[in-house]
Structure formats: C-alpha cells, structure tokens
Design a protein around this ligand. Structure first.
Ligand SMILES: [Mg+2]
Length: 286
C-alpha cells in the first residue's frame, strides 16, 4: 500500500515552542515511508525550531513542507545541506484587501481591552500580539518572543493554566466569530485556536488540508496525519473536517488522523507519543 505521513510540527515533532530533538531527527532519517510536514507557524519561527536543527542533527532526506497553516509550500532537500525552495505561496492581506485587513487587526486589538478579556496582572504581555504570517494572521494575547527563555516559558505556562481554568480563549473565540461574522462569510475565513496560547485566522482551504488534498490527488492509498491539536477549535481540526466531509461514495477516504497528547496533561512529551505511533506501525527502519 502507498502510504505517506503528514506531521504537524509544534507539539507533534517538537516539544511546544522548542527545537526538535536529536532523537526525533534520527527517527525521521530512518522512516520507511515518505513524509510531509504541515505547520501552523511561519518560517521565522520554524527556522530555529525545525529547519536548522534538522541539518544540525544530520537529516539527509527530502520532504515537502506546508507552513503558515498550510498555505506556503516549500520543497526541502537536505541531501547536500539545508535547501528550501519555495513552491507556492498565498497572501492573506491581498485576499482581504486593505480596509478589511485593517478592520480585522483593529477588532483583534480592541478585543483585548474589553473588560472580560483583560489579562490578570501576573501575566506578562510581550510584543507581537498580532503577527501577519503572510498567509494568515496569528493572534496571541500574551505576545511572543522569537525563542522562548525560561521566564517567557513560565509566563506562557501561567497563561495556559489561566486559560484552562477560565476558558479565556474559548470565550474570546466565540466573541471573535460573532464580531467578525460578516467578514468570515464574505472572505471565507476560519478562526481557530492556535497552539496553546493563540488564535489562527486564515482562509478556508488555505489550511492544513492543502497538503492532504495534494496527496489524495497523487493517489496515495493511506495518508496518515499526526497532530496534537485535532480537537474542535484546534489548528489541526481542518483535517478531521476533511475526513468527515469526504463525499466520494465509491472510494474510501484515504486520510486517517491520529492525535498525540491525547491525555493533554503532558504536552512537553507529546512528541514521544509520535515516536510510539511510528514504532507501533513499524514505519521506522530497524
Ligand atoms: Mg501542533
């Protein structure tokens, strides 16, 4: 059977917001079947988290990467160093047009100054709360630093705890979906929870189903997606929707979605669950 794996990156191949570990790179080098990656983040974040460490830890194969929530496609060739070649891109700002784009950014900013969405004082707020990732907008109420140091990580954990306890993001997600309903319909947008701290705003179809649709067209009989955010509202959820809405009655849907971090209390180690899945299915050369 012609099988391919599509990996989410953050929380699936790496610990959250941390570089990929050597152990995982060795596993990727030894996969028996081809793989793609489909990541929520953009190149600015992924360079240090994924693409550079791959070379550093001796990765030597090829794969396709769909980043910025699937909308930007690179062919990645590591046979002679790290060579990333852009295959196709999509610009969110052009799709929206100037006035809608500014209306959206303005609405996001204003949301954080509404009384019920103000963060408690013990949570620090960094720069870059609204980040244009070219093909999508990432909105992170606590902002972000390029790489996470100890204090940023502890701040982030504080936010994650706060969010779990109060349902902050769920509430803000519902508010934004309501507030932006006209724009969502007109411009075919989707808003989901991104990672552990943010929201992703993108265009339907310009998401993680993009590599999946390409692989279906290529005729793969088994396309296995592995991700840590397949739950409703998560940034891998588009894959589940794709499977649910499969309407070709003559052909079985070849896509299968596997959730890591299923217990959701040990997200730092969810990438190890990915390795366990690969071993269980004998997808690694022995
Ligand atoms: Mg993830």
């Amino acid at each position: 059977m012609k099988t391919v794996i599509v990996f989410d990156i953050d929380g699936t191949l790496t610990p959250p917001r941390q570089p990929i570990k050597k152990e995982m790179v060795e596993i990727l080098n030894n996969l028996k079947i081809p793989f793609y990656v489909a990541a929520g983040s953009d190149m600015e974040l992924l360079e240090e988290q994924f693409f550079i460490p791959l070379e550093k830890y001796g990765f030597i194969n090829n794969f396709e990467a769909f980043i910025s929530n699937g909308a930007i496609h690179y062919h990645c060739d590591y046979s002679n160093g790290c060579n990333l070649n852009l295959s196709s891109g999509f610009k969110f700002k052009n799709h929206l047009g100037n006035s809608s784009y500014h209306f959206l950014c303005d609405t996001l900013k204003k949301t954080l100054s509404i009384e019920k969405f103000k963060l408690p004082k013990e949570i620090q707020i960094f720069e870059n709360r609204i980040k244009d990732r070219s093909s999508m907008i990432n909105f992170c109420p606590i902002g972000r630093k390029k790489t996470e140091n100890k204090s940023a990580k502890s701040n982030r954990n504080k936010f994650v705890e706060f969010d779990k306890k109060t349902g902050f993001r769920e509430g803000a997600l519902n508010y934004l979906r309501e507030k932006l309903i006209n724009l969502i319909i007109q411009k075919d947008l989707h808003i989901t929870l991104g990672g552990q701290t943010s929201f992703d705003i993108g265009v339907k179809g310009e998401d993680k189903t993009k590599p999946i649709r390409e692989l279906v067209e290529k005729g793969f009989q088994e396309i296995v997606f592995i991700g840590d955010a397949l739950y409703e509202g998560g940034n891998d959820a588009a894959i589940n929707d794709y499977i649910k809405n499969w309407d070709n009655k003559e052909v079985r849907c070849p896509v299968k979605a596997l959730q890591v971090n299923s217990k959701s209390d040990d997200i730092d180690n969810s990438w190890k669950e990915t390795i366990a899945i690969l071993k269980m299915n004998s997808w690694i050369k022995s």
